[in-house]
Design a protein around this ligand. Structure first.
Ligand code: GSH
Length: 193
């Protein structure tokens, strides 16, 4: 999504989970954790999607400017990004495993864990709805990477009929806007869903 926001040329190489390509020695040499994504930028190898997004934003021109330069705005961006990791993705990623991946792989569900993760996520989203009642985006009134960080996992949750915006008008307004950006529409075409 960030590559499209900035208009940077790239080659997208799919890693085939069915053949566990992410665990081959060649791939582990790039990302020793054996997960996607990772980038090779003229020999510079980087993994962790949020670190990749920051690297692209800070090292290449173009796009709307997704990390504020003013120190206080930057601190609010760091706060929102840390909050996404601790209060949102911390619950969403395991919930995607529970609600989407397990179903697809016919694995035994864990309803108490599903409930605990959903309850925690709902508590976060109620706070988000209050924050987004006062400002346009999650770090303030400008779009930042912290907004974009939320999109892929929230879209994956929608495959389990978990709608982060249901009953939360401000989250709905925010998420509809960020997920309808042409950059996401293009990025998701390349994803297996
Ligand atoms: N925090 C990492 C998460 C990476 C991750 O868990 N990727 C998943 C797909 S979304 C993966 O590659 N799973 C394959 C596996 O666990 O073998 C990031 O944001 O890059």
């Amino acid at each position: 999504m960030v590559l499209y926001e900035k208009g940077l040329p790239f080659e997208f190489i799919k890693v085939d989970f069915a053949t566990r390509q992410q665990k081959t020695p060649e791939y582990l040499a790039m990302n020793p954790f054996g997960v996607v994504p990772c980038i090779d930028d003229n020999g510079f190898i980087l993994y962790e999607s949020r670190a990749i997004a920051r690297y692209l934003e800070e090292n290449y021109p173009g796009g709307p400017g997704l990390i504020p330069s003013d120190p206080k705005q930057r601190a609010l961006f760091d706060q929102a990004a840390a909050s996404e990791a601790s209060n949102f993705d911390h619950y969403c990623s395991p919930l995607v495993f529970e609600a989407v991946v397990k179903k697809r792989l016919n694995l035994e569900p864990d309803p108490p864990l599903h409930k605990e993760l959903s309850d925690n996520l709902n508590a976060t989203l109620d706070v988000y709805d209050q924050i987004l009642a006062k400002q346009k985006y999650i770090a303030g009134d400008s779009l930042t990477l912290a907004d974009l960080y939320h999109i892929p996992v929230a879209v994956l949750l929608s495959y389990a009929d978990i709608d982060i915006a249901r009953g939360r008008p401000n989250v709905k307004r925010w998420f509809d806007e960020i997920s309808s950006r042409p950059s996401w529409q293009k990025a998701k075409e390349g994803l297996d869903t």
